[in-house]
Design a protein around this ligand. Sequence first.
Ligand code: NAD
Length: 321
Amino acid sequence: MKSQKITVAGGGVLGTQIGLMCAYAGKDVTFWLRSESSIGRTQPKIERYSNLMLEDLAKAKALVGSPMGAFVYPKGLIRDWKSATAESIDALIETAKKNFAEHVHIELDLAKAVADADIVIESMTENPEAKIGMYNALKDVMPEKTLLFTNSSTMLPSTFQSYTGRPEKYCAVHFANTIWKNNTAEIMGHAGTSEETFKAAVAFADEINMIPLELHKEQPGYILNSMLVPFLSAAQALWANGVADVPTIDKTWELATGAPAGPFKILDIVGLETAYNINQMKPDAQVEGSLTNRLGKLLKEKIDKGETGVNAGKGFYDYTK
Ligand SMILES: NC(=O)c1ccc[n+]([C@@H]2O[C@H](COP(=O)([O-])OP(=O)(O)OC[C@H]3O[C@@H](n4cnc5c(N)ncnc54)[C@H](O)[C@@H]3O)[C@@H](O)[C@H]2O)c1
């Protein structure tokens, strides 16, 4: 049986996108938020992301029939690109508008928010105490049937399973930012996740137009960040050691591998603050003269100038021109 009622705990950047993606795919979605002031912060995000999804659908009409279309169409919004037409995309836009208007709810009362939920997706601040507090509160009010997924990027489900009251129904389903375009769902259980739950997570991801990527065991950073973080660190080390400049490092990667973006273009998308925070977590970050320490200073210099990446208009590259 398909999971139809989805509750998203946390109305931040990712929580909002996940909820809208579920509604887009025809699920009934409730955002559970902490307070009236949270509504004031989440409502504009709901509007912003739903508008972006609708705009990307409208833009996709111009891509129908173009050779580039298959590479750049919003994969989470259009399941079958090969048979897409301007008319079929118009129909998707109309359905999306209806779904966003009718199937997105906000609820401050946690018990009410999860009363009939098939799935609760926890997408709260990456703070273990906040997540534990959430699980403790949830376990007393979730119906027996409810599956519980976490979208945590850096923490493992085994860390929290004992607080959920339903370890066998708990696993990680990790989405990517701009979910409607980057439609991956990394699915990772802990040792006590039941096979049934894991399969349900895979099926759910598919139902909301994600590509399910199954992990067979727990791995900090899942699949993507296990590769991406060392790759970006290697590029930053080349820069901090003065081996080559930023455009040359990017060009080398792009020309040699055919990748559309080199590491510093990716860092501009990720944001330099995130790169800095990851760097500062390394044990030698405070060791004067160490590579990590020097890199931290270089990143901080750019951050202090407001050059934090694409969102700021400037990072390693200038996006204002
Ligand atoms: N931002 C990304 O690119 C990204 C990508 C994949 C996964 N994630 C994961 O998604 C989760 C949320 O990240 P985000 O970027 O949306 O963060 P965010 O800061 O935009 O949103 C966090 C939300 O949690 C709520 N919150 C914080 N403390 C709370 C509490 N004690 N009780 C209830 N609600 C509380 C906030 O009000 C906010 O709505 C994190 O686990 C993160 O690792 C983020």
